[in-house]
Design a protein around this ligand. Structure first.
Ligand SMILES: Cc1cc2nc3c(=O)[nH]c(=O)nc-3n(C[C@H](O)[C@H](O)[C@H](O)COP(=O)(O)OP(=O)(O)OC[C@H]3O[C@@H](n4cnc5c(N)ncnc54)[C@H](O)[C@@H]3O)c2cc1C
Ligand code: SF4
Length: 495
């Protein structure tokens, strides 16, 4: 695969992102592309390793190894190297319904388990994927593909995030008539109202949805199953149902001052900003504004980083991101070997932009919030933090947190965003009314065909897995489609 000596001849090269100071002035994507010859060289770096761990797609110790979609990575790398882009596109679409999303937002666990990565920088798998699909759209090769025959069966999919979309796309290919129900005003789930526009342009989501509509999938927005539409109506209208409602219940921070004005969950902030941008062309109409404010984001993960990038674009006065864990090491440690996902220090786009704007990385590591401080009108004005360390405990008990009292200080904060992760799917409405079994982690329990405890009701994505990744959601959506097809037809034609 690729050029046998390519990995010795060509260094890893990734496209230059737009300059942080420039891209902060707009909401356009920051990704770039390499020229054709460089792309072919990057394809050539795939080294015919024999056992390509890059497409394994398994979890070990909770960490993803390889591509969950089992993308045929060495095959399309070879086709890129040979300039056979159309065939590369066909190979890519065999396993991935939406490479234009993963090619932009996937953290690329495939690259963490690339065999070349043991001794050199890994193959640029994600960049290659994005180049193939973008070329496919530019050339007009990606078109709606309605099924040649209809089965007469109908399926209702609840939720239009990547899991629901992938499931609907596959079931439609199999000839079933699919209706997707979405409570929001726009289709896409967290692809639309979660991941900010500079990381994933919303027109790309609309483009794919339009193509699915042309292929025969129906979308009904503004419908909340279990609230504005009874579950009984959903079930009566379809031969099978797939619930893909995500895991949107945020983790709260029970500290003094939590109820002050100006303290919001990250998703409230991100959703309001994107909605304003899409409705008016500017984020100025968002009811939660970062402009001219000292913004503190609690939570050092990806959602927190998206808040940093969004606050900067809205014109914040300063931005700080608090992380309770220590700063990760620069290199893999002994207990995090290849082919595991490398748990190393990274600078994401928002952090890079904050550094360009204010001269420092916005993150403070090993800090804990003690309380939020308000003014006499009940508006947050500060956040009291302290440095901490984790003290290991015997007998596998969780480590204890030890504070360093002489490091207690108060940072100015007019807007505090809670990005502490998610604790699972919302129970009220849909899940309660359906009465599906819940597993020990609070997610929807399913069998190996993604079927819930109720026959004919399947589930996929974050609702089953907990807050995860787009690539896992697509994988589960495809898996649920196979389960449904098999249940309806006795066997499945889906891959
Ligand atoms: C801010 C943020 C940034 C992220 N960035 C990345 C990233 O860069 N890369 C990455 O791989 N992953 C990222 N993720 C995670 C990723 O977005 C999710 O894992 C993925 O979207 C899950 O897909 P899903 O289809 O299961 O659910 P979701 O995308 O959450 O979609 C669920 C949909 O179901 C709808 N719904 C729920 N209940 C009902 C109901 N009763 N009736 C009708 N509709 C309903 C919701 O409105 C929603 O639209 C991010 C997550 C967040 C929060
Ligand atoms: S979907 Fe993600 S893990 Fe799979 S090949 Fe693409 S970048 Fe890698």
């Amino acid at each position: 695969m690729g050029r046998p000596t390519g990995f010795l001849e060509y260094p890893r090269a990734t496209p230059l992102h737009r300059d942080p100071r420039e891209r902060l002035r707009d909401w356009h994507e920051f990704h770039g592309h390499l020229p054709e010859q460089s792309m072919r060289e990057q394809g050539a770096r795939c080294m015919d390793c024999g056992v390509p761990f890059c497409h394994t797609g398994i979890l070990v110790d909770g960490l993803t190894i390889g591509c969950p979609l089992h993308n045929l990575i060495p095959e399309w790398n070879d086709l890129i190297y040979k300039g056979r882009w159309r065939e590369a596109l066909d190979r890519l679409h065999r396993t991935n319904n939406f490479p234009e999303f993963t090619g932009r937002v996937c953290p690329a666990p495939c690259e963490g388990s690339c065999v070349l990565g043991i001794s050199a920088p890994p193959v640029t798998i994600k960049v290659n994927e994005c180049a193939i699909i973008d070329r496919g759209f530019d050339e007009g090769w990606v078109v709606a593909q309605p099924p040649t025959q209809r089965t007469g069966k109908t399926v209702g999919v609840v939720g239009s995030g990547p899991a629901g979309l992938a499931c609907a796309d596959e079931l439609n290919r199999a000839g079933h008539l699919v209706t997707v129900y979405e409570r929001a005003d726009r289709v896409g789930g967290l692809l639309m109202y979660g991941i900010p526009a500079m990381k994933l342009d919303k027109s790309l989501v609309d483009r794919r949805v339009k193509m699915m509509e042309e292929a025969g999938v129906r979308f009904r927005t503004g419908v909340e199953v279990g609230k504005t539409m009874p579950v009984s109506e959903l079930r009566a209208s379809h031969d099978a149902v797939v619930i893909c409602g995500g895991a949107a219940k945020p983790r709260d921070l029970p500290v003094e001052g939590r109820n002050l004005r100006g303290v919001h969950f990250a998703m409230e902030f991100l959703t309001a900003s994107t909605r304003s941008l899409l409705d008016t062309g500017s984020a100025d109409a968002s009811p939660i504004q970062a402009r001219d404010k000292h913004v503190v984001v609690i939570g050092g993960g990806d959602t927190g980083n998206d808040c940093v990038g969004t606050a900067l674009r809205e014109g914040c006065k300063s931005v700080t991101q608090l992380e309770i864990l220590p700063r990760p090491p620069a290199q893999r440690t002994m207990d995090n070997p290849w082919p595991q996902w490398p748990k190393i220090y990274r600078v994401d786009y928002g952090q890079e932009e904050a550094e360009a704007e204010f001269g420092v990385d916005p993150r403070l590591f090993s800090v804990q919030t003690r309380r939020l401080v308000g003014d006499q009108h009940g508006q947050v004005q500060g956040i009291e933090i302290v440095n901490i360390r984790f003290v290991p405990q015997p007998e596998r008990r969780p480590p204890k947190i030890e504070e360093f009292p002489d490091t207690i200080r108060t940072l100015p904060a007019d807007l505090v965003l809670l990005a502490l992760g998610f604790i699972g799917p919302e129970r009220e409405g849909l899940l309660t009314e359906l009465g599906v079994d819940i597993d020990g982690r609070g997610n929807v329990a399913v069998d190996e065909y993604q079927q819930t405890s109720i026959p004919g009701v399947f589930a996929a994505g974050d609702m089953v897995r907990g807050q995860s990744l787009v690539v896992w959601a697509i994988m589960e959506g495809r898996q649920a489609a196979r389960g449904v097809d098999r249940a309806l037809m006795g066997e499945t034609v889906l891959l």
